[in-house]
Every structure is written in structure tokens, then in C-alpha cells.
Design a protein around this ligand. Structure first.
Ligand SMILES: Cc1cc2nc3c(=O)[nH]c(=O)nc-3n(C[C@H](O)[C@H](O)[C@H](O)COP(=O)(O)OP(=O)(O)OC[C@H]3O[C@@H](n4cnc5c(N)ncnc54)[C@H](O)[C@@H]3O)c2cc1C
Length: 553
């Protein structure tokens, strides 16, 4: 008979079969503020589905059994395809069923805000499959510059069906798209691109070219088509490059290898070569950067709710663990210093959620024709949200992991979710314009007096709500007036982010959260320090109670 050596106790429980929405008060409040009257029942159902043990299992397996490249078939013919675990396909199907890809462009008012909230919840379940989902969402505004292609591809991009088959677009029930900008010699500086485009002929999809060159990063190569940049006679231009040509032949798109990445394991990121591949011009020759940025600005949006979702999940795991584990005679969550840490993390998570959804509203309104305040403030919100939320992400993941102690560092624990979050965090900061590029973009935006005025308008309703808001606004004004030099642009991006986060927390969070945020991030020099430095007088118990994760799903 097997002897029992010890009893297992004082371990927290699985965080599974939880409703990711019902416990997320920060998200519910931000949603109500940005989209009054939205259908919350939809989110309750989505929160239950995404928090289910079954979806967690798909997420774990899709990451554990990473995609593999099948460059050739068994007879030696080149096929350039990628194999995925069934878990990946299940997650992709769910994301498309819930309309996280192309559907908001073809839906009614509020669809972009709803989608951002749903994206945030999905990120909690699995973030890496959202790469092709995000790119498919983002492509429509750029593709409008080639009406013939959009007319034929639009319905597939907006379909709620996932169809992973490698077939011509008109034989598929759902389509996905990716983007290829980065080359070996230059990513941020795409003007250094050497891939070239030679004009071939005009046809039903417009001006057709032959593309020769490479992309050093091309995520989700099993997408049906890509927007890419290449040098045409008039300069860098944007092209639509399908994997299968309209006549059914396979395009000259070769996948050289898949990247071996720190995280983001369920997503295939590849290096590709084009050997006289067929592609069609999108927009004008020589205007490629502006054209593809119509896509890039939307994928930048997704970095904000994407990271905010990861933060929320890491926080929920930390709170759940701290409530279920004792040390030195008390539950961790009741230890004064741990409560300070958890409350501080909760502030950061809620502020990220608030900023991300505000950006989604600006995108929603400006894409639907508001060329006034919303379009102007979007110029500030996009770089600021991407810069600051993503910069805080890695730091946040480390601290939440530490809340779980040694278990947090172990892959097996909690289906490896904490380790996945930790590995994923740096990515949103790097791709789609790394931190410095975002800060430089903000600097450019704020050189416009109109954009500066929009920032003032955004702050105006709550300027008197806390002395630190007025003081931070003054700092920002001075920086803008002094035409901040590039070396200090990060400081400006941080200050604007904190200012806008405080404004939003005043508008849709609690007194305790708002006061603590101002006291720790604006009045103190706390932002950027370690978590858990909340000053005396902060109602940490109220903040932790507000953040407590959800009811069972
Ligand atoms: C997993 C993954 C998937 C990706 N998928 C895709 C994809 O599908 N399609 C695609 O096109 N790309 C993709 N990328 C590439 C990504 O967008 C680039 O890596 C990113 O834009 C940075 O470009 P880079 O790597 O060339 O770095 P660089 O441009 O060399 O930048 C390096 C550093 O220098 C900084 N820097 C650059 N210019 C300045 C400046 N003027 N002042 C101050 N600092 C500066 C940057 O902020 C950065 O920190 C992917 C990357 C990763 C990691």
C-alpha cells in the first residue's frame, strides 16, 4: 500500500470556469461610459465562454504544440504551408464567430467599441491567435483605396466563418489578411525597403505588378492575402498580394522559415520571399507609407486593449491566488503590504482599460465621419495608449507573477497562463511601432495647434477635480510650448497618458480609484517605480474589492 507522506493544503485553486466579464467592473464601467446602452448580455455570455476550462485548454494546447512549417509535400513539391494544432483552429473559429476581425466595418454604430471590449476579453483567454484577427480587422480602411478588390474580398473579410483551407478566395467562406512591411535592413524606417515592384499590366483589380524581394517578419503566413510595401518607380507603394492568384494558381510567396520566438507561440511568424509574385497597387504609387498606415493605426489600437486584457487577467490570477493562500497566519490578500501591491496593480489595470476603450471610441467616431474632436484626439490617444500601456505591461506581468510566488514562475501552474502573459507582454510594445516610434509620433501630432486644443478639451471637464490634474496639464503645456526635443518625447508621452487616464478614471471609476491614481501617479513620482508604493490614506481595501475577479461562469 502506498504511504501518504504529506497532506496538500494551502494551495490556491484553478482559475477556470470563471466569467471574465462579470467580475471585471473596470471594463463594464468603461464600456457603459464609451457606449451607453450597449448590450451587456452579449459580454456576459462571451465572458463565460472565454473563461471556460475548455477554452483554456485550447489556449494551452495551441501554444504547447506550436505551428510548424510544411515547406514541401511528401513528393517534394513546394507548398509553403503551416500546420496548426486543432486548438488554434478552435480559437480562431471562436474569434471570428464573435466578429473580432472584419465585421465592425460593416456593422452599426458602436461596433468598434464593442469589438475592442470583446478583444480585451479574448486576450485574457489567448492573445497570440489574435494577430491575424487584428490584421484582418485593420485592413479594411487601407483596402478602400482599391474598390475592386474590396468589393470582392469585403464579404469574406467580414464573414463570421473561419475557413482555414488553402483555396482561392472565392471558394472560401471566410478570409483573413496580414501585412508585410519589415525587412532585414529596416523595420521602423520602412523607407529603407528594397523589395521592388515592376508594373505588369492593368486588369479587373487595377494596376498589377511583379514583386521581388523579402519580408523579415510576416506573421500569420496562412492568411489569404497581405498588404505589403515595395519600391515602385514613383517610390514606396502599398500592394495587395494574395497567396493564391485569382486564376487559381499559387502565388510566388515562399515561406523561408518560422521565427523561434520568446512567446506568442500559437501564432506563426515567418520570413518570406517573393519571386516575381503577383500583386495589385492599393492607393497611389509613392504613397505606400501613408496607405499602409491606415492599417497600422488600427493594429496599434489593438495593442492597447490587447495589453489591457493581459493585465486584467494577470491581476485576476494574482487576486485569486492571494485570496486562496495564507502566509504568516493571514491570507495574502489581507497582509497590508500585499494589499498595497494588489491595489496598485488594480489601479494600473483599470487605467489601461479606460485608456484603451477611450481610444476605441475615438477610432469608432472618426472612422464614422467625425473629423472634429474625435479625429484630433485620436492622433494623441493612439501613440500614447500604445506607448504607455504596453510599456507598463512587462513590469505589470513581473509583479503579478511574484504575487503567485514560486508557482507563478512554473509553466505548469494555472495551465501556464502567467508564463504566457509574461512572455507576450513585450511584444505589443515592439511591433506596430516600438516605444520610441510612438513617442516620436506623439511629438509630431502635438506640433499641430488643433491637436493640442483637442487635448485641452479632453481634460477640461475634470481640470478642477484634483490639484494634480491641473499641475500635470501645466507640465504638458510647457513641454508642448517648448517644442519638446526628441530626447524627452518619452516623458511627454508618459505625462499625457497619465493625465488622460486620470481624466477617464474621474469620469467612470470610483472616488477611491481616482484619488489613489492621482496621489500615486500624478502627485507623486510613483509612475515607473515598483508597484506597492501607494501612500498612506489610500483606500486599498476598496480598490482591491472593486477589482475582485468574477463570479463563476
Ligand atoms: C513576433 C513578431 C511579429 C511581427 N510580425 C510582423 C508582421 O507581420 N509584419 C511586419 O511588417 N512586421 C512584423 N514584425 C516586425 C515589427 O513590426 C518590427 O520588429 C518593429 O516595427 C521594429 O522594427 P525593427 O525590428 O526593424 O527595429 P528597428 O526599426 O531597428 O528599431 C530598433 C529600436 O530602435 C528604435 N528606433 C528606431 N528609430 C528610432 C528613432 N528615430 N529614434 C529613436 N529610436 C528609434 C525603435 O524604437 C526600437 O526600439 C513583427 C515583429 C515581431 C517581434
Amino acid at each position: 500500500m502506498k504511504r501518504t507522506t504529506h497532506e496538500v493544503f494551502n494551495q490556491s485553486t484553478d482559475f477556470a470556469d470563471v466569467n471574465l466579464f462579470t467580475g471585471n467592473r473596470a471594463l463594464a464601467d468603461a464600456l457603459r461610459f464609451n457606449l451607453p446602452g450597449c448590450d451587456e448580455a452579449r459580454f456576459v455570455a462571451l465572458g463565460a465562454e472565454l473563461g471556460s476550462a475548455e477554452m483554456q485548454r485550447h489556449a494551452r494546447l495551441a501554444n504547447h504544440f506550436a505551428p510548424s512549417l510544411k515547406s514541401h509535400d511528401r513528393f517534394g513539391r513546394r507548398i509553403d504551408q503551416v500546420d496548426f494544432h486543432p486548438g488554434y483552429h478552435a480559437l480562431m473559429a471562436a474569434a471570428m464567430r464573435h466578429g473580432l476581425h472584419g465585421t465592425p466595418w460593416f456593422a452599426g454604430p458602436g461596433a468598434h467599441v464593442e469589438r475592442a471590449a470583446a478583444f480585451m476579453l479574448f486576450t485574457e483567454c489567448e492573445p497570440s491567435i489574435l494577430c491575424p484577427i487584428s490584421m484582418t480587422y485593420a485592413v479594411t480602411p487601407a483596402l478602400r483605396a482599391n474598390r475592386a478588390i474590396l468589393r470582392q474580398w469585403g464579404p469574406g473579410l467580414a464573414s463570421d466563418r473561419y475557413d482555414p483551407r488553402f483555396l482561392p478566395f472565392d471558394e472560401k467562406s471566410g478570409l483573413t489578411m496580414g501585412m508585410g512591411m519589415t525587412e532585414k535592413q529596416g523595420g521602423s524606417d520602412v523607407r529603407a525597403n528594397t523589395t521592388r515592384a515592376e508594373y505588369e499590366a492593368d486588369d479587373a483589380w487595377g494596376r498589377r505588378y511583379r514583386i521581388t524581394g523579402h519580408k523579415w517578419f510576416c506573421s500569420a503566413p496562412m492568411c489569404d492575402a497581405f498588404l505589403i510595401l515595395a519600391q515602385a518607380p514613383a517610390g514606396l507603394s502599398c500592394f495587395f498580394l494574395p497567396r493564391i492568384r485569382p486564376d487559381g494558381s499559387v502565388n510566388a510567396f515562399a515561406v523561408q522559415r518560422l521565427k523561434h520566438k520568446l512567446g506568442n507561440h500559437a501564432n506563426a511568424s515567418s520570413e518570406v520571399e517573393f519571386d516575381a509574385a503577383t500583386a495589385w497597387l492599393v492607393g497611389e504609387e509613392g504613397r505606400g507609407v501613408a496607405q499602409i498606415l491606415a492599417m497600422g493605426t488600427i493594429t496599434r489600437l489593438d495593442c492597447a486593449p490587447g495589453t489591457a486584457g493581459l493585465m486584467r487577467h494577470a491581476l485576476a490570477l494574482a487576486l485569486h491566488h492571494a485570496a486562496g493562500r495564507e502566509a504568516f497566519g493571514r491570507r495574502l490578500i489581507d497582509q497590508p503590504m500585499m494589499k498595497n501591491v494588489l491595489a496598485d496593480l488594480a489601479l494600473e489595470s483599470e487605467a489601461a482599460t479606460a485608456l484603451a476603450l477611450r481610444l476605441a471610441r475615438a477610432v469608432e467616431r472618426s472612422e464614422n465621419g467625425d473629423d472634429g474632436h474625435e479625429a484630433l484626439i485620436r492622433r494623441v490617444l493612439t501613440p500614447v495608449a500604445k506607448f504607455w500601456i504596453c510599456k507598463r505591461g512587462s513590469h505589470f506581468a513581473q509583479e503579478t507573477m511574484e504575487c503567485l510566488g514560486g508557482n507563478g514562475y512554473v509553466e505548469e501552474h494555472g495551465e501556464g497562463v502567467m508564463a504566457r502573459i509574461y512572455r507576450e507582454m513585450p511584444l505589443n510594445s515592439i511591433w506596430e511601432g516600438a516605444g520610441n516610434i510612438m513617442a516620436l509620433d506623439l511629438l509630431r501630432a502635438l506640433r499641430s495647434a488643433e491637436v493640442g486644443a483637442a487635448l485641452e478639451r479632453e481634460v477640461a471637464p475634470v481640470r478642477g477635480a484634483h490639484p494634480a490634474i491641473a499641475a500635470t496639464l501645466e507640465t504638458v503645456r510647457r513641454a508642448i510650448a517648448g517644442a519638446v526635443d526628441e530626447a524627452r518625447a518619452r516623458r511627454l508621452a508618459r505625462d499625457v497618458a497619465l493625465l488622460l487616464q486620470a481624466v477617464l478614471l474621474r469620469q467612470h471609476s470610483t472616488e477611491a480609484v481616482f484619488d489613489a491614481f492621482c496621489a500615486s501617479r500624478l502627485a507623486g513620482s510613483g509612475a515607473g517605480d515598483v508597484f506597492g508604493l501607494l501612500p498612506a490614506g489610500v483606500d486599498t481595501a476598496a480598490i482591491v474589492a472593486r477589482a475582485a475577479p468574477g463570479a463563476r461562469g
